[in-house]
Design a protein around this ligand. Structure first.
Ligand SMILES: Cc1cc2nc3c(=O)[nH]c(=O)nc-3n(C[C@H](O)[C@H](O)[C@H](O)COP(=O)(O)OP(=O)(O)OC[C@H]3O[C@@H](n4cnc5c(N)ncnc54)[C@H](O)[C@@H]3O)c2cc1C
Length: 833
């Protein structure tokens, strides 16, 4: 057995095995995989093996899509048949709203090139007469997915990995990880059987590895403890049952008919597929408990929990309604196993927070479907530095240090329970809330705020009626324009015509200072650094030349900077900033990084009357000129006093209107809120939420992180030349230039359906040809039309270019407009007074 390797993968389930395979395939010839028990003995052996391709997430759909293609060719490579049955996937809808949901799924699928077809109840009945189509509105049929044997596909990947030189060692458990500057020393213990349990022996070995990947499945909490980090991957109980043969089904097949597709009845929280003449019924039921919150007991190996039939009775009856012929088939087998979840249902794939060369691949609830693609894209990240798709939505650092075991367990239960609810794009989930609240939360709530959840923070999405019932926001959700839409319209208009106050407290804030700060930030970001007292919008690039983070940089002193970035990504940004600063300190000198996110609250006041409101409360020797262009020009920062509150004010507005961001001490937030509210009264100031802000920024073509900005496009492709200083050297510059422009960011005005706006996940067409996709969408109050931003083929990224956008299963006219179609000359932002 080797004891010195390039990469050590911990965990021999589907995910770890695929990672080892793909690292070897990507060219690393010194890869080792450890499994504490037997390959597949975690959750992998008892999975139902379904490979559902559809997903609302662009990245996850790509991952699943890769898996399906990869599994298809594994047999040719390894000689092992993994039992891949491409039977298709039939997502049935019992309501019109569910059909709307499928239309949103379908357009996302289209952006990834996944084929699909919509079927009417009659078409379903004609193809599969055993299905009772009563109460069905229709279905979304997806021809190219199906199911596979999870253990067999893992064994095939293991064989493929061995053929490529990977060493697989069983019965060896990783027990301690020590980083010593260039590599990890991983202390491993030989595992032995004792009374049916798997226990550590006295035999230990230390394996040295340049890179470590953990894919430890249900053992993620133990892994987290060993690494000294938090991993919110905690399993939940998940069940499926297998029925005896169904004579009608047997006859159907005997008559030469093909196998049924996987039949998903989302409104009945279940899926059904054929299994040896009978059926498998898999259920996502209510009240499935989280398990192993503090680790997996030694006695739990390839084991199952007792069946909890009472929890799945309703779904069982629903299956009999949907496939009446199965009523007489008895119960043949049952599975209740641990299935790993994370609070948002996406796995955790990427660099571990705070650690070097430590990669996580944890928290997979669709691990069989995701294994192939995860291995492929993670290997790209490890070997090449970046994956070809943006993996940020899966990044382990999307959860901050505020996250606890209790939070993860309760959220994971909710996530499981929510698998088959309607996934509105404006969905907000209720569990574990409120958790992180800024002081003004109660005041905002009293004024009708309906909150969204951003990195644990409560942030107003919009302000509803004052007497709104508890269920208002839930009932306001839709795949079209929801009940909140008219409130957001009023709020957006208030900013364009009067004045509005937005809570932007969730912003991520870092102080970067010290002798090396200036040289470091100059290298770290692509725009010129601002002069003292000024601000700049700029981008940190990945080493591969794509966009890692967008920053507003305020320069408070020669070597003293305040960086503002997206609120959802505090830990993600902090980790990158710290690691880069650590690497560069020997070259540039000492660099201090402080995460001050929770110390500073932020209100953004914006609108033509915003100066009047501030003028009423500013304390200054000459209040009349304190906010004038002369004393406080656009894109500058000043320390001002509003009443008795010291404020670091920045003259920028993400809404594109005259405005200031007011960064204030968190503990003085309520004082400032009351002061501004009172001062705003004579001007009709309105409290404004994030939804209206999102629309307004699209009218100004302001790119948003996670939408237009991400690790799959460079700032040049985001079409931001005015923020890229090519006369200087910066991280990722050469790589960005080498990439060129593969597709280009544009803004579009859209003549869509009268009751819906795009969500930012729709496919764009030139005639019949797909030429791009939207990354943002919404409604423009200024133009009275739907609006969107997205990426298109560069030759088509021309103002005036007419295109089509796919919404609600139809193509609608849209047109590329100039960047910043509202106030392109920035006249209103710069207005003097
Ligand atoms: C009833 C049920 C049905 C399911 N159906 C489906 C389905 O239809 N489709 C689908 O895509 N997914 C399905 N899943 C989910 C799927 O089983 C998991 O997502 C998948 O198996 C996860 O694979 P993994 O490799 O991450 O974890 P695991 O298979 O759990 O593997 C992790 C491995 O790591 C090993 N390990 C842990 N710690 C150490 C250590 N320190 N040292 C060495 N080894 C270690 C463990 O022994 C284990 O073998 C289902 C799950 C359940 C419970």
């Amino acid at each position: 057995m080797k004891t010195d390797v390039k990469a050590l993968v911990i965990g021999g389930g589907a995910v770890g095995t695929s990672i080892a395979y793909h690292l070897a395939k990507a060219g690393w010839d010194d890869v080792m995989l450890l499994e504490r028990d037997e390959l597949t003995s975690g959750s992998t052996w008892h999975a139902a093996g379904l490979l559902p391709l559809f997903n609302m997430s662009f990245a996850t759909t790509h991952i699943h899509q890769y898996s399906v293609e990869f599994y298809k060719q594994l047999e040719a490579e390894t000689g092992l048949n993994a039992g891949f049955a491409v039977v298709g996937n039939l997502r049935m809808a019992q309501t019109k709203e569910r059909m709307d949901e499928y239309m949103v799924y379908a357009t996302t699928a289209e952006t990834c090139g996944v084929p699909y077809e919509f079927l009417t109840p009659d078409e379903i009945k004609a193809r599969w007469p055993l299905i009772n189509t009563e109460t069905l509105e229709g279905a979304l049929y997806h021809q190219t997915d199906g199911y596979i044997n999870p253990a067999d596909v893992t064994m095939a990947m293991a064989k493929g990995a061995r053929q490529r030189g990977v060493e697989i060692v069983r019965r060896l458990q990783a027990d301690a990880f020590d980083w010593n500057g260039t590599h990890w020393d991983v202390t491993c213990t030989k595992m032995i059987e004792k009374g049916g349990n798997l226990v550590p022996s006295d035999e230990q070995v230390v394996i040295t590895a340049e890179h470590v990947v953990t894919a430890s499945g249900n053992h993620a909490q133990r892994t987290a403890k060993m690494l000294g980090i938090k991993i919110p991957a905690i399993p939940v109980e998940h069940q499926f049952i297998v029925t005896d043969v169904d004579p009608a089904l047997q006859k159907w097949r005997k008559d030469g008919n093909p196998e049924h597709p996987v039949i998903r009845d989302a409104d009945a929280q279940s899926y059904v597929r054929e299994e040896r003449g009978g059926w498998i019924l898999g259920v996502y039921e209510k009240d499935a408990p989280a398990v192993f919150e503090y680790g997996v007991p030694d006695s739990f190996r390839a084991d199952l929990f007792p069946l909890a039939l009472d929890r799945i009775e309703e779904q069982y009856m629903a299956m009999i309604h949907r496939i009446p012929s199965c009523e007489e088939s008895g119960l043949k087998d049952d599975f209740n196993g641990p299935i790993c979840y994370t609070p948002d249902g996406n796995p955790l794939v990427g660099p571990a927070p705070g650690l070097r060369n430590m990669w996580l691949a944890e928290g997979f609830s669709f691990g069989i479907t995701a294994a192939g693609g995860t291995g492929y894209y993670l290997a790209q990240m490890m070997v090449n530095g970046e994956a070809e798709i943006d993996m940020a939505s899966l990044d382990p650092k999307r959860y901050g240090t505020w996250m606890t075991t209790e939070y993860a367990a309760r959220k994971n239960e909710e996530c499981y329970d929510h698998v088959y609810i309607l996934h509105h794009p404006d969905e907000e989930r209720p569990a574990c809330r409120p958790l992180r609240t800024a002081p003004a939360y109660d005041r905002q709530k009293e004024r009708g705020a309906q909150f969204g959840f951003v990195n644990g923070w409560e942030r107003p999405n919009y302000y509803g009626p004052l007497d709104a019932p508890e269920t208002f926001d839930h009932d306001a959700r839709s795949f079209r324009r929801g009940g909140w839409w008219s409130h957001a319209v009023d709020e957006a208009k208030a900013i364009r015509e009067g004045v509005g106050l937005i809570d932007a407290t969730a912003f991520t804030k870092h102080v970067v200072k010290g002798p090396g700060a200036t040289a470091f930030l100059d290298w770290f970001t692509c725009n010129k650094l601002p002069k003292v007292g000024r601000i700049n919008l700029t981008y940190a690039l990945t080493a591969a030349g794509t966009t890692r983070t967008e920053y507003t940089i305020v320069r408070n002193g020669e070597n003293d900077y305040y960086l503002v970035s997206a609120g959802a990504w505090t830990a993600y940004d902090a980790d990158f900033l710290r690691k880069c600063a650590e690497d560069k300190a020997p070259e540039f000198g000492y660099i201090e990084i402080q995460d001050v996110t929770t110390q500073w609250g932020v209100f953004a006041i914006a609108g033509p009357k915003s100066r009047d409101v501030l003028n009423a409360v500013i304390k200054d020797a000459d209040p009349a000129t304190a906010l004038s262009n002369k004393r406080f020009p656009w894109l500058s920062a000043r320390k001002i006093e509003l009443g008795m509150c010291p404020v670091n004010a920045i003259r920028v507005a993400y809404t594109g209107e005259l405005g200031w961001e007011l960064h204030h001490p968190m503990e003085m937030q309520n004082y400032l809120f009351d002061l501004l509210e009172k001062a705003g009264e004579p001007y009709g100031m309105k409290l404004v939420g994030a939804r209206a802000q999102n629309w307004l920024r699209q009218e100004k073509s302001y790119r948003a992180f996670g939408n237009e900005l991400g690790r799959d496009a460079t700032p040049a492709e985001a079409d931001l030349p005015r923020f890229i200083d090519l006369s200087k050297e910066f991280q990722g510059k050469a790589e960005m230039e080498a990439i060129g422009v593969r597709s280009k960011c544009v803004t579009l005005l859209i003549d869509g359906p009268s009751d819906a706006d795009p969500w930012g996940r729709e496919a764009l067409y030139d005639g019949e040809t797909k030429i791009g996709r939207l990354t943002s969408g919404g409604y423009s109050v200024h133009f009275g039309r739907s609006i969107g931003m997205g990426y298109v083929r560069p030759d088509l990224a021309v103002v005036g270019q007419k295109l089509k956008v796919k919404m609600l299963n139809q193509l609608w006219d849209c047109e590329i407009v100039e960047d910043s179609p509202y106030d392109p000359k920035n006249a209103t932002i710069r207005i003097d007074g």
